[in-house]
Ligand binder design. Sequence first.
Ligand SMILES: NC(=O)c1ccc[n+]([C@@H]2O[C@H](COP(=O)([O-])OP(=O)(O)OC[C@H]3O[C@@H](n4cnc5c(N)ncnc54)[C@H](OP(=O)(O)O)[C@@H]3O)[C@@H](O)[C@H]2O)c1
Length: 254
Amino acid sequence: MSTFTLITGVSRGLGRGVARSLAAQGRSLILTARSGAAAASLATELGPTHRAFELDVTNTGQRTALGHVLQGTQLSCVIHNAAIYERSASPEAAARTMETNVLSPIRLHAVLLPLLTEDARLVLVSSGMGALHGYSQAIVERLQNTTTTAQVEQLVRDYLTATSSAKDATGSADAAERAGFSRDPYSASKAFINALARAWAHELPSRSVIAVSPGWVQTDMGGPGAPRPAEEGVARIVEATTAVQVRSGSYFEG
Ligand SMILES: NC(=O)c1ccc[n+]([C@@H]2O[C@H](COP(=O)([O-])OP(=O)(O)OC[C@H]3O[C@@H](n4cnc5c(N)ncnc54)[C@H](OP(=O)(O)O)[C@@H]3O)[C@@H](O)[C@H]2O)c1
């Protein structure tokens, strides 16, 4: 029975490029996107071995429905790629960023866990912006010593508790800093993703988990001024799906 690689956020950018690259290598894919039409058009382009589903990663009903429809499917790889980068530190932007970039991968993972092969590879798309500059020593220690998903969820709660009562973006960034976190929600979300990779590696010893930075590349998120083409970011993520020299739970920059 063939196994599948599931990718989130294939409507554009790196997710779409990774799907094309993996399909060219002969992998069977489960293509998911917030736009079902975007996922379906990619499946049509790539061929009949691939399956397409509408999935807004923040949508509980869609996550659950995907778990049901995939029952009996074996996943040898999951790439948590979908993310947002809002150029605002407002409390609302901070909440949306944590929901999309950190809590949704955690919840999707819980749905997909029964479908993973015993040696599955889990790829969390991270960023160099997740580096631990500007954090308090106490938060750095919590991030670096994470061994459970619950600890990551607690870090997110602590971050949101600090930022949620602020009145504006400056107040929210100040509150995050006072609580020991990065001022920027996206950066904090990627620091949490790196901690999540460590947690999943600990919780799933037979699987391998990698947080990969694609580098700053030219996509809608990276912008036209990014120093490298999207293909380089795609190549890094593709490499992370098979790289064997990387210890489970670690951060990979190619
Ligand atoms: N580009 C860079 O320089 C760079 C650098 C470091 C890390 N990264 C990381 O690389 C990954 C891909 O980024 P990108 O550059 O390809 O960004 P992008 O061009 O902005 O594409 C983002 C993708 O995520 C999807 N997405 C956002 N929210 C979603 C949701 N709630 N449910 C499902 N899909 C959702 C988008 O779908 P819609 O089309 O529906 O919005 C889109 O497919 C992200 O994890 C990002 O943080 C990128």
